[in-house]
Write a protein that binds this ligand. Structure first.
Ligand code: NAP
Length: 506
């Protein structure tokens, strides 16, 4: 078996062009908390015995020596005997492991503790199991397979191989779609997983930094029993949800980790992932956040019978809970999040929205959830949208009125909710509403959360209106998800702080 949970090595690849740069990287990796480093000798401008001796003299951490040839995605383009000579010398001089590609005939390979590796940059090999079998039957101490992922189901496959591995193994689904296989390597007892020293310093696509692995993805707290949650979307790389939910799990002492799951648009890719999850109960996937463009796919996957009535009418689900038997249930926490943000600011309960005049700007996905909720609680809703026909369609569905944007000058409402993207970073000088239209308005709610105070909110505040920021809605929807998944109160203040910190860092 592999190292076992908690013993999986966090390996930092060092890709310096000089021995000095590699040694500086080595020291930085040790102080960042790495367990092991990989010298990518193929990235050195020049490799000689003196350089290898300098690298391997008194190392602060165990070392893997790798000299990847161009044919396997590396940079070494010299003769093969020279390359194998470099690896043999590294082994002789004290490298703990040497990485040898599985296309090297065994008698020619260097002696020492070998990591036998197979790479496929074109996708998940059809004969993956056979490849793994072959690597495991070899004399090598560690089997390593890395392949390009097309969807997170490939990361599920990588985790499945790890948990069945008969000898220490590294199995990685490369690229953004496969990130989960890197984060969950410890849960499934891998020999190791790779993490870059800094952004842009990685040696393979999809590699996270050691700081992200440790601080964002709870590396040191992840073990065999850790539950898995994630966010499905496309794009998903800049989602704030991993930071919010991982911080909330850490704060409340819940043994769980939350990962990004990039799924390409379309119901087929969504269902492919869910099928893989259902066939893999050992993954311990317990919950999903769902964002653009998959909220409608999530509703169809969960099944209309397994969502509440309002979510069904909205036609979109942003929260999925899975039980150990693979049963799914879905919610739309967006509408509740928006309604509560508004009601909290106004100091009223939801039923007291009845009869209030609300102007909703926009008719997209966010507007749909909010119009449905406001209409449900009896508010008198008017939708103003750039594309009038789209506004009319939405309004007709929920018993609201629809007008064009030119009618905004004569707006008469107690509450204004902006559900357009107007005013969102980087177009922070735009506003969806002329200042004069704010006359007589009591409350302005902007669902845009970046920036925290949009131009609309600033002008509304200056005009004496009460204001509600999109941050409130964002925190509410995340807190709602946390409570659905865990049955425990969400640490809302912490979640808000994480959102504000994330926005400040952008
Ligand atoms: P969407 O489905 O693409 O809808 C965008 C809406 O904005 C449409 O009504 C569109 O009008 C309108 N619009 C876009 N550009 C415009 C412009 N230049 N002038 C006038 N109208 C314009 O997007 P969505 O998912 O509903 O998201 C909308 C906003 O809601 C996002 O910007 C996001 O910040 C916010 N949001 C916030 C949260 C939160 O938790 N705080 C959650 C979800 C969304 P047409 O129909 O004419 O194209």
């Amino acid at each position: 078996m592999s190292g076992g949970p908690g013993k999986t090595n966090l390996i930092v690849p060092l890709t310096g062009a000089t021995v000095e740069a590699m040694l500086a990287g080595f020291r930085a990796a040790a102080s960042a908390g790495a367990d092991m480093v990989e010298f990518r000798l193929d990235s050195l401008q020049k490799v000689d015995r003196a350089g290898l001796r300098a690298l391997l003299e008194d190392p602060p951490l165990p070392v893997i020596a790798t000299c990847r040839p161009v044919r396997q995605g590396g940079r070494f383009d010299g003769p093969e005997p020279d390359r194998l000579g470099i690896l043999s010398a590294a082994a002789e001089l004290g490298a703990d492991y040497v990485d040898v590609e599985d296309d090297v005939p065994e008698p020619q390979g260097p002696r020492g503790r070998v990591i036998l590796s197979h790479h496929d940059f074109s996708g998940r090999p059809a004969d993956l199991e056979a490849i793994v079998d072959r690597l495991e039957r070899s004399e090598a101490e560690v089997a390593k397979v890395a392949f390009a992922a097309a969807g997170p189901e490939d990361a599920v496959a990588a985790c499945g191989i790890l948990r069945r591995a008969a000898k220490p193994a590294i199995v990685l689904a490369m690229g953004e779609h496969g990130v989960m296989s890197r984060i969950l390597a410890g849960k499934f007892g891998a020999f190791g997983t790779f993490a870059a020293l800094a952004e842009g310093a990685g040696s393979a696509p999809g590699q996270l930094t050691i700081d992200e692995m440790k601080r964002l993805y709870r590396w040191d707290a992840t073990g065999a029993a850790t539950a898995v949650y994630g966010v499905i979307g496309c794009p998903v790389a800049h989602s704030m949800s991993p930071a919010i939910h991982n911080a909330a799990f850490a704060e409340t002492g819940i043994d769980a980790v939350y990962v990004p799951l990039r799924i390409e648009p379309g119901p087929e890719s969504f269902h492919r992932f869910l099928d893989a999850v259902r066939a893999s109960p050992w993954l311990d996937l317990r919950g999903l956040s769902v964002t653009i463009p998959h909220k409608e796919n999530a509703l169809s996957a969960v099944g209309p019978a397994n969502v509440d009535e309002l979510s069904r009418r909205i036609g979109a689900v942003n929260t999925v809970r899975l039980d150990a038997e693979g049963h799914l249930a879905g919610w739309n926490t967006d509408y509740a999040a928006a309604t509560d943000a508004l009601c909290e600011a106004m100091g009223i309960s939801r039923p007291r929205l009845a009869g209030r005049a609300v102007a909703v700007l926009g008719a997209g996905g966010a507007a749909r959830a909010i119009v449905a909720a406001l209409a449900h609680y009896g508010a008198d809703v008017t939708v103003y949208n750039r594309t009038v026909a789209r506004g009319e369609k939405l309004a007709a569905e929920f018993g609201a009125r629809a007008l064009g944007r030119d009618a905004l000058a004569d707006l008469s409402a107690e509450i204004v909710v902006n559900c357009t993207s107007v005013g969102m970073h980087p177009h922070v000088d735009d506003s969806p509403l002329p200042v004069r239209a704010l006359r007589g308005v009591g409350v302005v709610f902007d669902t845009v959360y970046n920036p925290v105070e949009t131009r609309l909110l600033r002008e509304a505040r200056q005009a004496g209106c009460r204001t509600v920021s999109g941050v409130d809605m964002f925190v509410n929807q995340a807190a709602g998800q946390f409570e659905i998944w865990t049955g425990r109160p969400a640490p809302r203040e912490l979640m808000r702080q994480v959102v504000l910190d994330q926005l400040k860092g952008r």
